[in-house]
Design a protein around this ligand. Structure first.
Ligand code: IPD
Ligand code: CA
Ligand code: CA
Length: 256
């Protein structure tokens, strides 16, 4: 089954990544000195994409570190081999493997493996969201004042895209607190399991979004852009909440 294959390869990639945690590995810069790629990102991506090519030769791949292929088929695997590379490279144990599978541009399967906590989040469209096979649901919190939020910053944050700093300040003031974990896929999952009530970020990429977005939605969450419109995986604005604080967050975001 597709979902079992996605789970197994995410677990395998996670084991590979864990075996390098805290050890020495090659690190290079991508767009700037904040944007890193390690040898382990590349090895994890190779493990996952070699598996796809062998087992699902007609499927397309959209992968962060360059092994994308377009076979023209209806299925596309959207792969982030390590989501949270900065954390991984600096020895902070918060990072994940994130894989979403789309059929004709609709996400049908999502898996996020929180490597160091050994938490495997998974979802199939229409069947609910799970962590280690246990069903998860978003929080019941109805007020922003009682909510804990999470965000992240893109690698061009110094340009303050979409007035992200103003939004950060306003939402921090209006909520119980704001966190910044460094793995967008885990951020989605923590909204899905009710730890956080809302997650917002600008300028994410499809591989940051694909798996986690469906996990949050199937757990009862709402994911839109900053106009409140439903989005796909290419959106540059993400607001993911338990649904109950969505309008309150939208209002603040749109006043910044
Ligand atoms: C990053 C993480 C981070 C987010 C960045 C992403 P990467 O992905 O998801 O939480 O704030 O915008 O680029 O580079 O570690 O795969
Ligand atoms: Ca990422
Ligand atoms: Ca990555």
């Amino acid at each position: 089954m597709l979902i079992e294959d996605v789970k197994n390869i995410a677990l395998e990639a996670g084991e590979l990544i864990r075996s390098y945690f805290g050890k020495k590995f090659e690190v290079e810069y991508k767009t700037n000195e904040s944007n890193l790629v390690t040898q382990v990102d590349k090895d994890s991506e190779k493990l996952i994409t070699d598996f796809i090519v062998k087992k699902y030769p007609s499927h397309n791949i959209l992968a962060e570190e360059g092994s994308s292929v377009n076979k023209g088929g209806e299925y596309t695997w959207v792969v982030d081999p390590i989501d949270g590379t900065t954390n991984f490279a600096h020895g902070l144990p918060i990072f994940s493997v994130s894989i979403g599978v789309q059929k004709n541009e609709e996400t049908v399967v999502g898996v996020v493996f929180d490597v160091m906590l050994n938490n495997l989040y998974s979802v199939e469209k229409g069947s609910g969201a799970f962590v280690n096979n246990k069903k998860i649901e978003v929080s019941e919190n109805k007020n922003l004042k009682h909510s804990v939020l999470v965000t992240g910053f893109p690698y061009n944050i110094s340009e303050n895209p979409d007035r992200a700093f103003e939004k950060f300040t306003a939402l921090t003031k209006a909520s119980r607190g704001m966190r910044r974990l460094g793995s967008a896929a885990i951020d989605f999952c923590y909204v899905a399991n009710g730890v956080f009530d809302g997650f917002w970020e600008v300028h994410l990429h499809p591989w940051d979004i694909c798996g986690g977005k469906l996990i949050a939605e199937e757990a009862g969450g709402l994911v839109t852009d900053f106009k409140g419109k439903k989005i796909g995986i290419h959106s540059k604005q993400i607001l993911c909440t338990n649904g109950k604080i969505h309008d309150e967050m939208l209002e603040i975001i749109n006043n910044c």
